[in-house]
Structures are given as C-alpha cells and as structure tokens.
Design a protein around this ligand. Structure first.
Ligand code: SAM
Ligand code: SF4
Ligand code: SF4
Length: 334
C-alpha cells in the first residue's frame, strides 16, 4: 500500500548509497582537503550487506517504491555490485538505475545490463582534461568516461542521462561545448545548479549559475523550448531543441526548489534512512536488521519515518538553514 508524508507526497523513489568511497575528489562533493589520505571511510562490516539491502527494498516496494537508484560514493567501487542488481531485479515492478562517474563503466556496462540494470546516469562536468581535473581533482582523462558512455550505449543502456554540475568560474564555459557534444546523440544532458549540500564544499551563492542563465546561454546559440514534466517528482526542467535534435534537462534545486514534489527516500551505505538530501539526522535501520526485527517491524518503522516527514529544505533555504550541519552528498548519494 503506497504511503504519503505530512504534505501528501507519496513514497516513490529510493536512492541507495552502496559505498561512501570514491575514486574522485570533486570539489563540490568530496574536497581533497577534507577527504584526503587520512580520511577514514566505513569499514566493510559497517556496510549493509546485499541481502540486507534487498530485504529493505522488498519492504519498500510494498510501500510504493517503483524506482531504485544505486549511487554512492562511486557505486562501481562496491565489489560485485551486479549481484545486488540481480537481487533487486527480482522484485516485481521496479526500475533499477545507477548514477556513476563512469570511470569503471567501460569494463562493467554489459555486466550491469545483464544483471538487470535498466538505466544509467553518468556524471561528466567538462570535455577538456584540464577543466575536468579542476572539477574532480584526480588525473583521469575525459576519454575514460567517454569510453564508459560508449560501452553503456553498446550494452543497450541508452538513452543515457549525463549530469553536469555547473560551477561559476570553473566549468561554466563548458555549457555550450557540452550541449553541442550531446546534441543529436539521443542522450539527455542535465545541467545541475551547484548545491549547498553537506558542510565541506565551501558553497557560496555566487558560484551558482542559475537555471535561467544556463537556459539563456544555450537558447542564444541553439534554440530550445520548455516541455511538460514526464511525471510528478521529476526534478529536471525539460527543454527540447526546436530543431528536433533531442532534449536537455536543467535541475534548478537552488533557484527553483521543488520540495512540493519530492518523493525520494535515501538509504545510506550503513543503513540509515534520510528523508531529505539536506537531512541532519538519519533513521537507523541496520540496528533493527541486525537485531532480528521481523519484516512487519521494519515495515512499521519505515512507514512511521515517511508519514512524519515534513522536509522542505530547499524551499525554506535561508541564512539560518544554510549554516545547519548537513549530511555529505557522497554519503547519501545525491
Ligand atoms: N559518484 C557518482 C557520480 O558522481 O555520478 C554517484 C554519486 S554523486 C554524489 C551523485 C550526483 O550528485 C552526481 O551527478 C554529482 O554530480 C551530484 N553532485 C554531487 N555534489 C553536488 C553538489 N554540491 N551540487 C550539485 N550536484 C552535486
Ligand atoms: Fe565522487 Fe560522485 Fe562525489 Fe564526484 S560527485 S566526489 S564522483 S561521489
Ligand atoms: Fe526533497 Fe529535501 Fe531536496 Fe526539498 S530539499 S527537494 S525535500 S531532498
């Protein structure tokens, strides 16, 4: 039976962080100064096992979840994540997606598809190596990610979504090159406003390039028009090229918040539920799982969490809320 929260929002999407580790150090997500060599990540025993995740996913499917996205950290760093996909694919009526930085995708795309993955979103912030490195602080050539994109196409995972976080003064000059590159490719490039998630990325409003500015930049060179949302809870504003060569998305989480339609629940790698990307506190399910709770007890706990949910951080964002401690994006997966 689908459940709703205090604002009558149904529970529909589940994001599962399968690891808090990453091979990138994107300045907007895991800045090297904080996530350096001596940063301690979660030990293996702290992570939910695949069986524990699949059990929770089955219970959540009974509560209305229809879409599960695996994320992280970098989800392809979790060993044999395809085994988890296989377990999730056995739950009827669920679409399974993944968000990845694409570095390991060339090797993994076919395995993931064969395991039952339906969709993949690949993060790519620039097309030239120098800007790419400035965004993620590691020495990975852009070509590695482009090879991952090709492998995903060949494995039958297309159409793909490509996520580009735009940071003023760093990669805003790449908006048009990226738009041109993916124009007519069949993939959907989504521009994301740099968000004040977590407490470590030194976010400032003047680093945000607004959705309006992004749309104008593209429209001036390649005319676009706004489309209707596909479904309630779709976070990206959809635009189509008027020449008929595809569409783009713009995620305006800072300048045009969409909390009223937020149908997402997040499960951290160690089994805490977060009802908002900007949550300060998770609800621990791992203790219940490891304390032999029945399915019914888990069902009741999750129902209570969702039914008392009253989050609307982005709509309430203010000088007061922006200084509150927040969970890191790499911890609950965006
Ligand atoms: N490592 C994977 C990746 O980068 O695709 C999955 C996890 S990552 C946290 C999920 C998404 O969140 C990525 O598309 C990333 O660009 C986005 N993201 C991370 N920090 C962000 C921020 N401060 N503002 C906006 N988007 C952000
Ligand atoms: Fe890693 Fe993704 Fe965060 Fe970049 S955005 S540091 S790739 S988890
Ligand atoms: Fe959903 Fe929280 Fe983001 Fe609002 S701020 S859209 S409630 S995750």
């Amino acid at each position: 039976m689908p459940i709703t929260d205090t604002y009558q929002r149904p529970l529909h999407d589940l994001r599962i962080s399968v690891t808090d580790r990453c091979n990138f150090r994107c300045a907007y997500c895991m800045p090297k100064e904080i996530f350096g060599r001596d940063h301690t990540f979660l030990p293996k025993d702290d992570l939910l096992t695949f069986e524990e995740i699949a059990r929770l996913a089955r219970i959540l499917a009974n509560l209305g979840v229809r879409k599960i996205r695996l994320t992280g950290g970098e989800p392809l760093l979790r060993r044999e994540v395809e085994a988890l996909i296989q377990m999730l694919a056995a739950i009827p009526g669920i679409e399974i997606a993944m968000t990845t930085n694409g570095t390991l995708l060339a090797r993994k795309a076919q395995i993931l598809k064969d395991a039952g993955l339906n969709r993949v979103t690949i993060s790519l912030d620039a097309l030239d190596d120098a800007t790419f490195k400035q965004m993620n602080d590691v020495n990975v050539p852009v070509q590695t990610v482009l090879d991952g994109i090709t492998a995903a196409e060949e494995a039958g995972l297309a159409p793909l979504k490509i996520n580009m976080v735009v940071k003023r003064g760093v990669n805003d000059k790449d908006i048009l090159p990226m738009a041109r590159y993916f124009h007519g490719s069949g993939h959907i490039l989504r521009f994301i406003e740099f968000m004040d998630v977590g407490s470590t990325n030194g976010w400032r409003m003047d680093q945000v390039v607004s959705a309006k500015e992004i749309a104008e930049t593209i429209n001036n060179q390649m005319p676009i028009e706004l489309l209707e949302a596909n479904y309630r809870g779709e976070v990206a504003n959809r635009w189509r090229y008027t020449d008929g060569n595809g569409e783009i998305g713009i995620i305006a989480s800072v300048t045009q918040p969409f909390c009223g339609n937020c149908t997402r629940l997040r499960l951290s790698a160690k089994g805490e539920l977060f009802t908002c990307l900007f949550g300060t506190r998770g609800h621990d399910l791992r203790a219940l799982l490891r304390d032999d709770a029945s399915d019914n007890e888990l069902h009741q706990r999750i129902t209570a969490v969702w039914q008392t949910r009253a989050d609307n951080y982005s709509e309430a964002r203010s000088t007061e809320t922006s200084t509150l401690p927040k969970v890191e994006m790499s911890y609950i997966g965006g």
